[in-house]
Design a protein around this ligand. Structure first.
Ligand code: GCW
Length: 718
């Protein structure tokens, strides 16, 4: 068989030339491909002398290109192209239908449409690395995996890996407006330069696609959920088409947001009622038109009847009525609707925590097969810590898609180092206990509701026009980790951090170990200095930059921090037990029981579910008030510890990126202190308790903190 394999091959490359080192600004993300050290290089080189693959296919061509680029960078030579593979070994990229693999008996059935395997085989006494998949996209993912092995310093002498994604839809949500403002974006403008599209396809779009394909992302929603109907007009669809063409060789489909009132705004109709035949016909025609322009269009994402967005409730119709109308129009083309469950209503006095569940859970089973309900990880809004959303596990007949926020709207924007992998892992491994114990959130989103039904995860992107893409070097890790969790919701944050650190900063353990330590402690530090012990939503108004726990005068009650912490002379916290709003009843009885008593709820969620006395005895034996102060200080101290670790890396990483991180950590230190001082000053004005011994008084009085205004903080809603 291998004779055949070795003869009918379309292209391969040998190495010539050298790789140029260049200054580091973070642009290369996890695709840096810097030269390997001499030992790793010597180990890798013999096996990698040749590269083979059917490069007439666009995705395979992209895979071959990437391999060439990666090996060229890491081994210090550029592969050249040849027509046949000789007996010297090499890399074969192939799909199941390839004649080269006819006799190989590889376990393709386990790989699905997007999985791959990588195996080292002896051919003529030489090593050949076979990257094989059912479809081309699997081969591309396999190439990225092989490159990762090299980047992270793994041996490649004998490889035997088979991997496949656990979720079907792994998409980014860009909250990008057509004027290039990015809502909750802290990394510059939108990378979509609509003005120059379709005429100019910025090379950056290709790099975006490469970076995403490297972590398995297979879809991107280009536009903000606070939607503008213009994106659905013919001129914009031509622009979207241009982007779709760039992304296609990387297995990435484009999706758009649909403004529910588009039939009125761009269609000239009088209504957008989803049961009105003219409205239905309008959407059908619009969606047919989209597919004529973009045949592999992914589908639509909708935010309806939330925060002022139009929706089916405007016509007294349900979310299912609205979603199903779009789903019916998309179904003939294989498209999906991602319908967001992030809804809460101005007029509804009910605990905001309960509103999405109350509205959506009764609709279980009422959505078409090609609808996914997209649920934020928690019931409020991407706080530094929230319990998992009670909808997970509670809608067994409806595909529920996880929505994470990669951009750090509530976690200090770009300058606070906060690795979100630990937060996502915490949510994904939480036990919903539905229908029985052990049904983690990960399990509920991974398990299709029927054979072949859609599954998915969405991440609100932190990508912008900044040279480093994400606003800071470390925020790249959140984009990276998101992709890894979307591929495998049972993945581990620490292993992901390790890979990212090695690929981004260098695989030397003296670099990786302290960086991973910084990352793993970082999110808890933010929780501690902003919202310890289950507090949440205490950020300043509108932009959410800085502390605002005192704010109580906003039009809607649930926009006010005081609504969330409910501090008064007796104590602090939101009673969501039976004596309060009973939001706990939306969880499985086992979960509700555990969280329903201050004695059994973890400290981390105490004030989320309970209003407790300032003098309540914590597990630490400290009073609640003392414990709060201790936590604020622990958060600030954790930032100082990150600074010390980073200082120790000064000579071990490149100067430009080191300086940037160093400066950002100093900003974070100042702001952590600001949060700590402002919060203590405010809560002490209510608790009237002294600070525990050894903990300093805030630098200023409460009025000083309340007077701080930052109207130009970036990323606001527009
Ligand atoms: O987190 C909040 C943000 C809004 C956002 C909204 C949502 C896009 O503050 O900016 O709007 O959630 O998720 O729809």
């Amino acid at each position: 068989m291998w004779r055949k394999l070795l003869t009918v091959l379309s292209a391969f490359m040998v190495f010539t030339g050298t790789n140029q080192a260049h200054a580091e600004d973070g642009y290369d993300l996890w695709l840096r491909y810097r030269p390997l050290d001499s030992v790793a290089k010597a180990r890798a080189e013999p096996a990698l002398r040749y590269l083979v693959g059917p490069t007439e296919r666009p995705i395979i061509a992209a895979a071959a290109d990437e391999l060439k680029r990666g090996l060229g960078g890491m081994l210090g030579a550029t592969p050249g192209q040849h027509q046949t593979l000789d007996e010297a070994g090499g890399i074969l990229i192939a799909t199941r239908d390839s004649v080269h693999l006819e006799m190989a008996e590889l376990p393709f059935d386990r790989l699905g449409d997007e999985g791959y395997l990588i195996r080292t085989l002896e051919i003529g006494g030489k090593r050949t690395i076979v990257i094989a998949a059912n479809k081309d996209i699997g081969a591309l993912y396999g190439v990225f995996r092989l490159l990762k092995l090299l980047q992270t310093g793994q041996p490649i002498d004998t490889i035997d890996i088979a991997d496949a994604p656990r979720l079907k839809l792994r998409v980014l949500n860009h909250w990008d407006n057509l004027n290039r403002h990015v809502e909750r974006g802290y990394a510059g403008q939108s990378i979509w330069d609509w003005q120059k599209l379709p005429g100019y396809k910025d090379p950056r779009y290709t790099d975006y696609a490469r970076a995403n394909a490297a972590i398995g992302i297979n879809g991107t929603v280009l536009t903000n959920v606070n939607a503008n109907a213009d994106i659905l007009t013919a001129p914009y669809l031509e622009k979207v088409k241009a982007l779709a063409e760039v992304f296609r060789p990387y297995g990435i489909r484009v999706y758009l947001t649909a403004r529910f009132s588009a039939p009125i705004e761009i269609g000239g109709l009088k209504t957008a009622d989803p049961l009105d035949p003219a409205v239905r016909a309008w959407w059908r025609a619009k969606i047919d038109a989209i597919y004529r322009v973009i045949p592999d269009f992914g589908g639509l994402l909708v935010k309806a009847n939330s925060e002022g967005q139009p929706g089916p409730a405007d016509y007294k119709r349900s979310h299912a009525d609205g979603a199903n109308m779009l789903a019916d129009a998309l179904a003939p083309h294989g498209g999906v609707v991602m319908w967001r469950a992030f809804v809460y209503a101005a007029a509804n006095p009910e605990d905001r925590h309960k509103q999405a569940f109350a509205e959506f859970q009764p609709l279980d089973g009422k959505f078409r097969d090609n609808v996914l309900v997209q649920v934020k990880n928690g019931a409020i809004d991407f706080q530094p810590r929230e319990p998992f959303h009670p909808l997970f596990g509670a809608m067994p007949k409806t595909p529920l898609m996880m929505e994470f926020q990669i951009t750090k709207e509530y976690l200090g924007f770009a300058t606070h180092l906060a690795y979100l992998g630990t937060m996502w892992e915490e949510v994904l491994e939480a036990d919903t206990a539905r229908p029985r114990r052990g049904a983690t959130v990960a399990r509920t989103i991974e398990t299709p509701v029927d054979t072949g039904a859609a599954t998915g995860m969405a991440g609100v992107a932190n990508i912008g026009s900044d040279r480093n893409w994400s606003g800071s070097q470390f925020d790249q890790a959140n984009w990276y980790a998101y992709g890894r969790f979307a591929w495998d919701p049972d993945a581990h944050a620490e292993a992901i951090a390790r890979d990212w650190a090695a690929m981004t900063w260098g695989s030397d353990p003296a670099v990786v170990t302290p960086i991973v330590a910084m990352m793993m402690a970082s999110r808890e530090a933010v929780v501690d200095y902003m919202t310890p012990l289950g507090l949440g939503h205490l950020m300043a108004t509108g932009h959410h930059y800085g502390p605002g726990p005192w704010v109580s005068d906003l039009a809607r009650p649930e926009w006010n921090p005081t609504y969330y912490h409910k501090a008064d002379a007796t104590g602090i916290g939101f009673d969501r037990t039976k004596t309060g709003t009973n939001a706990l009843a939306q969880y499985a009885p086992e979960v509700a029981r555990r969280w329903g008593s201050p004695n059994t709820v973890p400290d981390e969620l105490l004030l989320w579910f309970h209003h407790v006395s300032w003098d309540y005895r914590m597990r630490s034996r400290r009073t609640l008030w003392d414990e709060m102060v201790v936590r604020y200080d622990a958060g600030v101290a954790a930032v100082a510890a990150m600074q010390a670790r980073w200082d120790g890396l000064k000579d071990k990483v490149d100067p430009q990126r080191w300086e940037e991180v160093h400066s950002f950590l100093a900003i974070q230190q100042d702001e952590a202190l600001w949060w700590r001082d402002a919060s203590i000053a405010y809560f002490q004005s209510i608790s009237k308790r002294p600070l525990p011994a050894g903990h300093a008084a805030p630098a200023h009085d409460l009025g000083w903190y309340e007077a701080i205004k930052t109207p130009y903080a970036p990323g606001g809603a527009q």
